[in-house]
Design a protein around this ligand. Structure first.
Ligand code: SF4
Length: 384
């Protein structure tokens, strides 16, 4: 049975403290009735959330307690608590062109070396800024259904060197299902790493205490491939004692860890916070990898920070970190490719570089656009 209580900082937000982990199918039903938003309660008609592409509400009890006790609740609440801004924030639902890069249902092939397998439409909690909000918390047909078909595609693409297992969050799946996925990936000698993208280490880190996961990662090692976990910590307040313990334990067993963060207004648009987050990651054996510019996602673009401010923050982070710690790139994951945002020139243009592109000859190419105050995305910048 669900129990509800009011939070300290937002008396309007009712917390369903018995949110199970992993979420059950019934948890995927869109909410209706009176719903609690950061700004207050609002009646929600049946189907209204779906019509506005608003992700359903789910937060684990663990994460709720973690952010309440972190001292950063007033920043971290924006990650999981719904806002009325979601009804009006402009944007699109597929900002990176994922539909166009889908080669087999549930499998994308955008860059030659990398395959992306969407293993589930579930997450442990739902981030209000998610760029896959078109998928998560729903029953999506963009999820991998036929692993055999995906394996046949991989087998016919020897240029592919790694597969990223994502979703949703693959670690809401049972370990047996993760083994089934490996059954279809490990036989390919041209794959040299298997990567998992997950925020479960923030939302429900005890999942990583499952002793069977040791065997899962060992299978990857035994197949002479790198086992890589990409964590998703946006803020130092999300890094719990349990997360650190479990990361250290798996790191000691040879699992490589990287971290990606999303630059989010009101959450982490502060170089002190992000530098502290990246320093903590480094200390735990997690390499800071990407700092993503927030995407113009419908219902989530209010999280975007301007490119000018983003560059100030990226520079501020670098000023605070040692050379070993500043291993992140400030990246705009655009439909044309992964664009590293480099900085302003003396001509006040923004200079960028393709870190990844479908066309290999474009990779590394530096280009610039005139700056427009308030621009948050490549498409906001005039071509000339
Ligand atoms: S955990 Fe990842 S996929 Fe799930 S809602 Fe958050 S950002 Fe989206």
């Amino acid at each position: 049975m669900k129990t509800a209580r009011k939070t300290q900082s937002n008396p309007n937000a009712i917390v369903f403290s018995s949110a199970p982990f992993p979420p059950t199918r019934s948890d995927r039903r869109p909410a209706s009735g009176v719903m609690n938003f950061l700004e207050g309660t609002r009646a929600v008609a049946p189907g209204e959330l779906e019509a506005n592409s608003i992700t359903r509400y789910l937060v684990t009890r663990f994460y709720r307690e973690q952010i309440l006790n972190s001292g950063y609740y007033d920043q971290l609440k924006f990650i999981v608590e719904p806002s009325l801004k979601e009804f009006e924030s402009p944007g699109i639902l597929d900002t990176s062109g994922e539909h166009d890069n889908t080669v087999v249902p549930g499998f994308q092939h955008k860059y030659a070396q990398t395959g992306l397998l969407l293993a589930t439409d579930h997450c442990a909690s739902y981030c209000r800024y998610c760029f896959r909000k078109r998928i998560v918390g729903k029953t999506s047909d963009e999820i991998a259904a036929d692993l055999g078909q995906i394996a046949r595609y991989i087998g016919s693409h020897p240029e592919m060197t790694n597969v990223l297992v994502s979703g949703g969050d693959p670690f809401v799946l049972g370990t047996r299902r993760l083994h089934q996925i490996l059954d279809h990936l490990l036989p390919f000698p041209h794959l040299n790493s298997i990567r998992f993208g997950t925020k479960v280490l923030a939302f429900a880190p005890k999942r990583f205490e499952d002793p069977a996961l040791v065997g899962l990662f060992q299978r990857i090692h035994d197949a002479r491939k790198a086992a890589v976990v990409v964590t998703h910590f946006d803020h130092i307040g999300e890094i719990s004692v349990d997360a650190e313990r479990n990361i250290r334990s798996l790191h000691a067993r040879g699992v490589q860890f990287l971290n990606q963060s999303v630059l989010l207004a009101k959450v982490n648009d502060d170089p002190e916070i992000l530098a502290a987050t990246f320093a903590k990651c480094h200390q735990m054996g997690v390499r800071p990898y990407y700092l993503f510019q927030g995407r113009p996602v419908k219902g989530a673009s209010h999280f975007q920070v301007s490119l000018r401010r983003g560059l100030e923050i990226a520079n501020g982070i670098n000023e605070r970190l040692s050379g070993m710690q500043k291993t992140f790139k400030y990246i705009m994951s655009h439909s044309t490719g992964k664009i590293e945002v480099l900085g302003f020139g003396a001509d006040d243009r923004i200079y960028m570089r393709y870190h990844q592109n479908k066309a290999p000859e474009e990779i590394g190419k530096i280009f610039s656009r005139p700056h427009l105050e308030g621009a948050c995305w490549l498409d906001d910048l005039p071509e000339e």
